[in-house]
Design a protein around this ligand. Structure first.
Ligand code: SF4
Ligand code: SF4
Length: 128
């Protein structure tokens, strides 16, 4: 429970913290909709936590639990994605949607198979 409270606080604070870790993102969206239909959360591990998260952050009500992977991690999807893989409320999509794929991705950064973007880890020399 303590972890969950910490995660909730971090989630709130993340709205004000600039992205620090940087990956090089290249490519272009192919509008396949995979990222709206299949996503993980870095801090919501149970259905109960997800409900609490939705109460605290109503913007997450657009998401639902689609299932679990082989390790028991929750898989989420968005109710607003159309069968064609497009956003039905593009104008009001969340900041996380606008920023996807975010430059700050937890190691190891990974995108959906077939995604039009590529994530390249920056080397030490790239920062020199
Ligand atoms: S998975 Fe990649 S290509 Fe497909 S909609 Fe998302 S960003 Fe675009
Ligand atoms: S709000 Fe739109 S862009 Fe964001 S996850 Fe849902 S369908 Fe995708």
């Amino acid at each position: 429970m303590l972890d969950f409270i910490k995660s909730t606080i971090y989630e709130f604070l993340s709205n004000f913290v600039p992205q620090r870790m940087s990956y090089k993102i290249t490519g272009k969206c192919k509008k396949c909709g995979k990222c709206c239909n299949y996503m993980y959360s870095k801090d919501t591990y149970t259905e109960k936590e997800f409900k609490i998260m939705q109460m605290i952050f109503p913007k997450y009500k657009r998401f639902y639990i689609k299932g679990k992977d082989e390790l028991g991690n929750l898989i989420f999807a968005c109710k607003l994605v159309t069968p064609e893989g497009l956003c039905s409320d593009y104008k009001h999509r969340l900041r996380m949607c606008k920023n996807y794929p975010a430059k700050r991705i937890f190691y190891p950064g990974k995108l959906h198979e077939g995604c039009g973007y590529t994530v390249e880890t920056k080397k030490f020399e790239d920062f020199l």
